[in-house]
Design a binder for this molecule. Structure first.
Ligand code: GAR
Length: 192
């Protein structure tokens, strides 16, 4: 059984889709939720689903070893960032290199980096007059929104698009593809 940890900071609608996708799965289990925000909806999802959750302490995350010990104690194989807003510290990247996946709500390398999350991303894409946006699923390295791209999907931007309507389109792409791509990454790792 491969064990996944989901890192999330907000509502957790992607986390909920991932949990649904792997419920009862023979080879993959969502085993732990890690969250930096005590108010985040994802914590209620963890409680509802009976999945253990860790509330991250900022000092420990950035100055300690990035919760590597806790992840190892929980025998976590893959880290999935689903709307997680803290940068992953180098100690954690090194311990889990090639085994951390992030989803970004735009077509990287544009519209990524510090401060580019959620609504800010969609506002920047519309302000630039882009004809399309989409999602990027990528491995995480030491730089923000930078590692090797695993998958992209795109959507057209309508003439009357708003940040809210674009966020909805992008979320639909995320729900459609993210759980399936996570499964593909685990399958590829199993073959190694
Ligand atoms: C998602 O759209 C995700 O791509 C984005 O935050 C949203 C979280 O929604 N992530 C980033 O912006 C990371 N830079 P959710 O909490 O409902 O899954």
């Amino acid at each position: 059984m491969k064990r996944i940890a989901i890192f999330a900071s907000g509502a957790g609608s992607n986390a909920a889709r991932i949990i649904d996708h792997f419920r009862g799965h023979a080879g993959i289990k969502v085993s732990l939720i890690l969250c930096n925000n005590p108010e985040a909806g994802v914590l209620a999802i963890a409680t509802r689903e009976g999945i253990p959750a860790l509330l991250l302490d900022k000092e420990k995350f950035f100055r300690g070893n990035g919760y590597v010990d806790e992840l190892r104690e929980n025998k976590i194989d893959l880290l999935v960032l689903a709307g997680f807003l803290w940068k992953i510290p180098a100690s954690l990247v090194q311990a889990y290199r090639g085994r951390i996946i992030n989803i970004h709500p735009a077509l990287l390398p544009k519209y990524g980096g510090k401060g580019m999350y959620g609504r800010h991303v969609h506002e920047a894409v519309l302000a630039a007059g882009e004809p399309r946006s989409g999602i990027t699923i990528h491995f995480v390295d030491e730089l923000y929104d930078h590692g090797q791209v695993i998958f992209n999907a795109t959507c057209e931007i309508a003439a009357d698009e708003t940040p809210g309507s674009l966020a909805q389109k992008v979320h639909l792409l995320e729900y459609e593809h993210f759980p399936r791509i996570i499964e593909e990454v685990v399958n590829l790792q199993n073959q190694r």
